[in-house]
Ligand binder design. Structure first.
Ligand code: MCA
Ligand code: AMP
Length: 496
């Protein structure tokens, strides 16, 4: 039986450097050895974990990947969880996925230990010595590999299930489109509980035999030092990061700015995605650095689907064309498949990259697919002179802040637990830095006063910080339609 695809690829690059940090280098062979040892620890004498769910809580880096490969090689399903999530959010992912164990770096293990004890979950410190590797199970690519929690049109996140075959298809499409090479070097500063960090940066790099420099977070000064030193060939980020980089470049003294710009100019490719890149930011970046950002479109359920070309026109404000192996169509509200240009419709996607199911939610899974296996993204687009342009989302309850997808309903449910809040409506308002800013209109009980700083503090024990409202308006009543339902477009107007 052959190895899992990523493991087979790693064997082909055994002596190459997979991760480089100021502390030293980790080779692909190191990752193979460490993951086999961790798999053996996880198996604890069993022959195969048979898709048991194992959560992974660790910062980006070699230890994260060794743990990811380790749990895969033991036959488990990876459930990545967010480093900055609150305990109730962790508990939801762990219980919804039915996780039986958590793998965490030493620091995170300390933080999640009380929850693991309460839920009766095994906790494995991925930084601890692991001993000798034993016999590992034989696995096929059709096995489930990952459950990624994504927020959406329901108040609780849904677990997106992908197999090893889906993951391989998502990676291979990008390797081909963006011509990943073993000589590539890329910084990794995105969170490791989402596709952008897991697939587009880490898994593509490791498939290609390239080198990753991991950062625990978006450490702008440290990353810019390395850009100046020509440490990278590739750079992948969300639009908010490009906005922050533009601000940093504009504020830098001339010589410093020239040194950073020189570094960016010499990269072979810079990619933006996870949220709309305003054409103005695209153009500003080109004016500052000479680099034309490549914007692409994707989603947790499908990986990447549409991309501007590596070679050819990279059009500001557009996401390009279907990626290799991915089928894309637009469907009109009346059910027609759109064949003409300039006619908006919902993006629907089909291909070996598309997920299997929402974990434990057959009805939600069935609703999200059309006959023939077309996945309904809920995003609207139009085809203009051969390129797709995203026009927005069908649901007002989905917010994109700094590349994170958030559910207005989840945030509303949390706000309603506040002792002074009687009613609330949450929506995303346009924001130059974050794309959209989480904004809450609330009616307080008995006219109680409520200020944003206090509300943010209160929210932080319940919600990840990026879900916490950035704007607040206290009103006497919320606008409602004849049925009594809050009309979100009218709520927009309350913010002035
Ligand atoms: C941080 N803060 C945020 C966000 N991030 N608030 C709203 N939205 C956010 N996204 C808060 C901080 O907690 C802090 O709050 C304050 O803003 C300032 O933090 P700062 O240090 O400036 O921010 P940062 O730590 O540099 O983070 C910004 C970031 C980060 C690097 C853009 O948000 C990020 O990594 N985003 C990427 C998310 C991502 O990978 N999405 C891909 C999903 P306070 O001052 O109160 O402490 S996958 C996907 O979408 C699909 C598949 C796709 O197409 O890729
Ligand atoms: P997520 O569920 O976090 O994977 O987010 C996927 C969503 O991000 C998509 O459904 C889009 O709404 C949005 N998105 C991703 N890339 C782009 C892009 N280039 N332009 C506009 N929206 C995007």
């Amino acid at each position: 039986m052959p190895d899992l695809p990523l493991i087979a690829r790693a064997r082909a690059h055994a002596s190459s450097v997979a991760f480089r940090t100021p502390q030293g280098a980790t080779t692909y062979q190191d990752l193979l050895d460490r993951s086999a040892a961790l798999a053996t620890v996880l198996l604890a004498g069993a022959d195969d974990l048979r898709e048991a769910r194992v959560a992974l809580l660790a910062p980006a880096g070699a230890a994260y990947v060794a743990a990811q490969w380790g749990l895969w090689r033991a036959g488990a399903v990876k459930v990545p969880i967010c480093l900055t999530a609150t305990e109730p959010e962790w508990e939801y992912s762990l219980t919804d996925s039915g996780a039986s164990a958590v793998m965490a770096d030493a620091a995170s293990a300390k933080r999640i230990a009380p929850l693991c004890a309460r839920l009766g979950l095994r906790l494995i410190d991925i930084d601890a010595p692991a001993g000798q590797a034993g016999k590992l199970p034989e696995l096929t690519p059709a096995r489930r590999a990952m459950i990624l929690y994504t927020s959406g049109t329901t108040s609780k996140p849904k677990g997106v299930v992908t197999t090893h075959a889906h993951i391989a298809a998502q990676i291979e499409s990008l390797i081909k489109a963006w011509e990943w090479q073993a000589t590539d070097r890329i910084p990794l500063f995105l969170p490791m509980h989402h596709i952008h960090g897991i697939i587009n940066v880490t898994s593509c790099a490791l498939w290609a035999g390239a080198t990753i420099e991991p950062f625990a977070k978006f450490d702008q000064p440290a990353i810019l030092e390395r850009v100046k030193a020509d440490a990278y060939t590739l750079f992948m980020a969300v639009p908010t990061i490009y906005v922050k980089l533009i601000q940093a470049l504009e504020a830098a003294p001339a010589a410093e700015r020239a040194a950073i710009v020189g570094g960016f100019q010499r990269l072979r490719l810079m990619v933006s995605g996870s949220a709309a890149l305003p054409a103005s930011v695209h153009e500003q970046w080109t004016a500052l650095t000479g680099q034309k950002l490549l914007e692409r479109y994707g989603m947790t359920e499908i990986g990447m689907a549409i991309s501007n070309p590596l070679r050819g026109e990279r059009r500001p404000g557009a996401v390009g064309q279907a990626l290799p192996g991915v089928e894309v169509r637009l469907k009109a509200e009346n059910g027609d498949i759109i064949t003409a240009e300039d006619t908006p419709g919902e993006i629907q996607v089909r291909g070996p990259n598309v997920f299997t199911e929402y974990w434990g939610k057959p009805a939600a899974t069935a609703e999200s697919f059309e006959a023939g296996g077309w996945y309904r993204t809920g995003d609207m687009a139009v085809l203009e002179t051969g390129y797709y342009r995203i026009m927005g989302r069908l649901s007002v309850d989905i917010i994109k802040s700094g590349g994170y997808k958030l559910s207005a309903l989840e945030i509303e449910a949390a706000l309603l637990e506040h002792p002074d809040i009687a009613e609330c409506a949450v929506l995303g308002l346009p924001d130059d830095t974050w794309g959209e800013a989480v904004s809450a209109a609330v009616v307080t009980k008995n006219g109680a006063a409520l200020a944003l700083p206090a509300l943010r503090e209160w929210c932080k024990s319940r919600l990840s910080v990026y879900k916490v409202p950035q704007r607040l308006v206290v009103v006497k009543e919320l606008p409602r339609n004849a049925m009594g339902k809050v009309t979100k477009p009218a709520v927009r107007g309350l913010f002035g």
